[in-house]
Design a protein around this ligand. Structure first.
Ligand code: ZN
Length: 74
């Protein structure tokens, strides 16, 4: 039996936005990277420097309808 290490390529199959187990993906430029600090989310995309890397490009908040109330309500 041989244990073969397969470099992560197929890992992000289901999770499109945030690949929790190994890294992140920028919604803006599509860059994928590994976080240095696992505990916290990166502030900006290391590649395009966008602080909104974790949010898909969207219209401004104002025109955005109410978010799913269940998510943010405390
Ligand atoms: Zn980016």
């Amino acid at each position: 039996m041989t244990l073969k290490y397969i470099p992560g390529r197929n890992i992000q199959r289901r999770m499109v936005e945030k690949v929790q187990l190994w890294g992140y993906r920028c919604e803006r430029c599509g860059h994928e990277w590994l976080p240095r600090e696992k505990a916290r989310d990166p502030k900006v995309c290391p590649r395009c420097k966008s602080p909104y890397w974790d949010r898909p490009r969207q219209v401004s908040k104002e025109s955005e309808p109410k978010r799913r109330a269940s998510d943010e309500k405390t």
